[in-house]
Design a protein around this ligand. Structure first.
Ligand code: BGC
Length: 660
């Protein structure tokens, strides 16, 4: 088929191209063009059938769990597997990844996003996009931008100052665009009063500053004025709206939008259609379906975060174990995933931890659901759960949220577990000091009612097809946990900046500016439950002998990492930069590099990470660009944002990095 350009099309055809076809396709102009099919997204492929019912597909751990791996190899393989599922399902484009910053722990879509930190979110997204597209499916980075809550999302305006926009909210998009995603999706919310679909200023930054050369599509029904959106640079409206299309035609005929403005968008739609189809050409599948399903377990094992452990985990052979909570064996009714366009109806039957643990552990296992589907038990009657906890060596409560609580289109109303779950934890912990809580949730949980009463907490997130196997492997020690938090767990929602800043039905003012997530807790000395980057292991690691070396342009940071325990393990090492003599307001520290290392028991490895000048810069109002200030900078190497093990220093003089 000869490739068409806008020169080959009538004005009506060009206008038609700017609007999709139905819910999930681009328009093929009656067979003149290939048809591109798009599909969701955040836990694997979610594709509705003709009746709107989601077709079963491989369910992967949510993006929050993927981020908790801090493992770019895992991210790449995850994206390859999802790309293959996408192509197998007949789609060309996956409507993801979502890179919005987790500003509020209550946001209903946090499970679909990577992090509160723009660098971590950006690197994860960049690796994801690169791997997905190399495998043959196009990515669509979303939601551009400042879509940080779901409450009133179609009417809300996120009011954000320029520096914060640049350093925090645009940053993950900027980094992701290095991988040349084929598309970006706009947001529902307004940005500083401008509709997400008419965000000319933001779209210009994307194209002219970040070098984005793909297509900008709307979020579903986020276009209010098609001509205005096209003039702003929004290429494709999704899904098709007859009303918007007719209005676009009349606006064109009345001179509201010029032919050259239409041509710019239409040519990008054409390039998109051909480009997306070319991606898939000649691509063979690397993985069988079984390999992909099995990988959902690997990635979950890499992402599970051991939040607290007084030594009760891993379980010891011979110990009797009481299990309770329907999250241990969810059946078909309890949806241990997020809801909305990120939801994927799994392919295999739901996991059954009591059965899996019985097979993996030498010792008596007894199970009592105690609380059920949606926690809609009337009253509270834990019955056998307390008795079981009393007679067993270890008691494990499986609790969490799920699609009923974490969902697109709305936010959670509180950060705690359902009161029935809290009661179960407290009452069983009262009779068994070896109580472990396993949490299935896509966002932070307020644990203040029970954290001091339990011996261990494991964050399993929304775990995908083989979550049960992964959790059992961590509980029994077959897998040594190595995930770390990609977001802070505050003590209470009220401690977070999002809870304090101005928000009404239509405007949310990001009053905290740059100070989002750990940047806020660091600056104001607010205690947190679990800091950003935190995660325990069954191993112990020692950090030693930090050395920094610079050629003037970049710094190489090297140090020794020793596994001082008798258990092989993996450690996520984080590098933060702290500007010590800045003339402008700067966060106390900011993540600028990370890596995950495997270290055998008793062994020591040498590590080397690099920072370039960008790691020390900030966005300056005066220069309207990033600037590098002369001065002293600390380089903090840590096991979490609150557990800094080594500190080095460099100096920047006349724009050159110097060792000191
Ligand atoms: C969501 C997008 C999604 C789209 C298509 C919208 O409601 O915000 O993330 O890709 O629907 O399902």
């Amino acid at each position: 088929m000869k490739k068409l350009t806008v020169k080959d099309l009538s004005y009506k055809e060009k206008l038609r191209l700017l609007c999709g076809d139905g819910s999930w396709h681009t328009c093929d102009l009656d067979g003149k063009l290939p048809k591109v099919k798009v599909t969701d997204a955040s836990m694997g492929v979610r594709m509705p059938d003709e009746n709107g019912k989601d077709i079963p597909s491989i369910a992967y751990p949510s993006l929050q769990m993927l981020a908790n791996t801090w493992d770019t190899d895992a991210v790449r393989k995850y994206a390859e597997c999802v790309a293959e599922d996408c192509l197998d399902a007949g789609a060309d484009v996956l409507l993801g990844p979502g890179v919005n910053i987790k500003r509020s722990p209550l946001c209903g879509r946090n499970f679909e996003y990577f992090s509160e930190d723009p660098y971590l979110a950006g690197i994860m997204a960049r690796e994801y996009v690169a791997a997905m597209q190399a495998e043959g499916a196009a990515a669509c980075v979303k939601h551009f931008c400042c879509n940080n809550l779901e409450y009133n999302r179609n009417l809300q305006s996120s009011c954000v100052d320029e520096r914060t926009l640049r350093e925090i909210y645009l940053k993950p998009f900027e980094i992701a665009i290095q991988a040349k995603p084929k598309s970006v999706m706009c947001s529902y919310n307004k940005i500083n009063g401008v509709q997400g679909s008419e965000n000319a200023y933001g779209f210009k930054i994307l194209r002219d500053e970040f070098g984005f050369d793909g297509l900008i599509m709307s979020d579903w029904d986020a276009v209010y004025d098609r001509a205005k959106a096209a003039k702003a640079g929004l290429d494709l409206e999704m899904p098709f709206s007859e009303k918007n299309y007719q209005k676009l035609v009349s606006d064109f005929e009345n001179g509201v939008i010029s032919e050259s403005e239409v041509d710019s968008c239409a040519q990008r739609v054409l390039d998109y259609i051909y480009g997306v189809k070319e991606l898939a050409m000649g691509k063979k599948r690397k993985y069988t379906r079984e390999e992909r399903i099995s990988f959902t377990q690997t990635v979950e094992e890499e992402g599970i975060v051991l939040l607290k452990n007084n030594g009760v985990l891993p379980l010891q052979n011979g110990q009797s174990v009481a299990l309770c909570g329907q999250y241990a064996s969810p059946g078909e009714s309890l949806k241990v995933c997020g809801g909305g366009s990120g939801n994927v109806p799994r392919l295999t039957p739901p996991y059954d931890i009591p059965a899996l643990l019985s097979a993996a552990h030498r010792g008596k296992i007894i199970y009592e659901p105690a609380f059920g589907d949606r926690c809609t038990v009337y009253g509270y009657n834990p019955g056998a759960a307390i008795n079981n906890a009393e007679i067993c060596d270890v008691n494990i409560v499986f609790a969490g949220t799920g699609a009923y609580f974490e969902n697109e289109g709305g936010d959670r109303v509180y950060m705690g577990l359902h009161p029935v779950q809290e009661r179960t934890i407290i009452d069983t912990a009262k009779v068994n000091k070896n109580t472990v809580v396993v949490l299935f949730a896509g966002a932070p949980i307020d644990m203040s009612a029970w954290i001091d009463k339990v011996a261990a907490v494991v964050l399993a997130g929304f775990p995908g097809e083989r979550g049960g196997e992964a959790v059992v492997n961590v509980l029994t020690g077959k897998v040594n946990p190595s995930g770390k938090l990609s977001e802070t767990f505050p003590v209470r929602y009220e401690d977070t900046p999002a809870a304090k800043s101005y928000m009404d039905g239509k405007v949310t003012v990001y009053e905290e500016g740059l100070f989002v997530g750990y940047r806020y807790f660091d600056k104001y000395g607010v205690p947190v439950l679990f800091p950003f980057g935190h995660g325990l292991s069954y191993s112990e690691f020692e950090y030693k002998n930090l050395k920094t070396a610079s050629d003037g342009e970049k710094v190489t940071i090297s140090f020794e990492l020793k596994n001082t325990s008798a258990t092989d393990g993996k450690e996520v090492v984080q590098v933060y930069v702290s500007a010590k003599s800045s003339c402008v307001s700067r966060p106390v520290k900011e993540l600028k590099a990370f890596a995950k290392y495997f270290v055998k028991a008793g062994e020591r490895i040498k590590t080397a990470l690099e920072l370039d000048k960008l790691a020390f810069s900030y966005w300056s109002y005066q220069g309207a660009k990033r600037e590098l200030e002369d001065g002293i900078y600390e380089i903090l190497v840590g096991a979490s944002s609150a557990d800094i093990r080594l500190i080095g220093k460099i100096k920047i003089k006349n724009g050159t990095i110097k060792e000191i």
